[in-house]
Design a protein around this ligand. Structure first.
Ligand SMILES: *Cc1c(COP(=O)(O)O)cnc(C)c1O
Length: 360
């Protein structure tokens, strides 16, 4: 029986990458030792670091106006690092609110800087929706504008990028980085915890416009200091080398499989299959407006919630893992990141169809 892992994070990684990592686990590049057991300042590791950055630049078309940092502390580490680095005296940081993760980012920022909560949800008749980006009336002055491009828990994705005349645009892309084509030039700072679409947890990728590195911000730990990390090639202290290695392997896998454009087509295809099935079967429902449905995280409810437990047990027995929704929203959630093959979504839809027939 095939097993498909729908976990929201840490999420499945491409099986090809996992097999390669297994093969190289105790002897990397014929060194006779693991990549985990060598100095981050040794030549082979420095080459890995350099190549991974070049690979990510090609994948996302990132110009030399941006620095790329490989940092510690995952997504939430960046919830702290962003205000610490971008704080400006006398200005407020604007936090656009779309769901669980953007609420948490605001909570963390409140410890360090003056914030302004900016609500952009526009729910109607219990259907979740977001005000179109071109209608946001953002304040004229701000130290920066923060938003989340994909709300992993709520299943809400924003496809347009907000604009601001003077304030930098900062995006939490933890759960949709590399899943579809974006124009990096529309952003000033992009960050992502690695464990959804890139690699193991703990690592965070930061793509930051170099002109932001001269902002003094606030006093901060060295490991969260963008300017320092940029100057030190992300090696102010020992970086998470094994996570970095796996991220590099995932980037190489992406490049070998057609890059982000091919991933986007694959992801749109998978998401359409699942949403179409849910919309056309009155046993299930998804309460997100079609304009902002996530391509990565698909929450759904059984109309008869008393069947939730049976659904979870039977799906797990069928090899479909981790479909339980986040504890804060309940119901079900299928996370279908880059590494999820279409066959996984087909197996899920088959199971859901059979389950609905059996419990009619
Ligand atoms: C998972 C996630 C985070 C938190 O990541 P951690 O590495 O657990 O801190 C932040 N933002 C988004 C959008 C996420 O999906």
């Amino acid at each position: 029986m095939s097993v498909y892992n729908f976990c929201a994070g840490p999420a499945m990684l491409p099986p090809e990458v996992m097999k390669k990592a297994q093969k190289e686990f105790i002897d990397w590049q014929n060194l006779g030792v693991s990549v985990m057991e060598i100095s981050h300042r040794s030549e082979p590791f420095l080459e890995l670091a350099h190549k991974s950055e070049e690979s990510l630049r090609r994948l996302m078309n990132i110009s030399n106006d941006y620095a790329i940092l490989f940092m510690h502390g995952g997504g939430r580490g960046q919830f702290s690092a962003v205000p610490l680095n971008l704080h400006q005296e006398g200005k407020q940081a604007v936090y656009c609110q779309t769901g669980t993760w953007s609420f948490s980012a605001l909570d963390e920022a409140n410890k360090f800087t003056q914030t302004q909560k900016f609500n952009i949800r526009n729910d109607q008749n219990s259907v979740a929706s977001v005000i179109p980006v071109d209608q946001w009336q953002l304040p004229e002055e701000a130290s920066y504008i923060h938003y989340c491009t994909n709300e992993t828990v709520d299943g809400i994705e924003l496809f347009d990028v907000p604009k601001h005349a003077s304030a930098p645009i900062v995006a939490d892309m933890s759960s949709n980085i590399l899943s579809r084509e974006i124009d990096v030039n529309k952003f000033d700072l992009i960050y992502a915890g690695a464990q959804k679409n890139i690699g193991p947890s703990g690592l965070a990728i930061v793509i930051v416009k170099k002109d932001l590195l001269s902002r003094p911000g606030l006093a901060k730990p060295g490991i969260f200091d963008y300017a320092l990390e940029s100057k030190q090639q992300s090696m102010f202290n020992t970086p998470p080398t094994f996570a970095w290695y796996l991220a590099a392997e995932v980037f190489a896998w992406l490049e070998a499989n057609g890059g982000v454009a091919a991933m986007e087509a694959h992801n749109r295809d998978k998401a359409a299959l699942l949403y179409d099935f849910i919309d056309n079967n009155d046993f299930y429902q998804n309460n997100i407006d079609t304009s902002c449905r996530s391509l990565m995280n698909v929450p759904f409810l059984l109309k008869d919630e008393s069947l939730n437990k049976a659904f979870l047990t039977q799906s797990q027995n069928a090899g479909l893992l981790a479909l339980e929704g986040h504890r804060s929203v309940g119901g079900m959630r299928a996370s279908i990141y880059n590494a999820m093959p279409k066959a996984g979504v087909e197996a899920l839809v088959d199971f859901m169809f059979k389950f609905s027939k059996e419990h009619k």
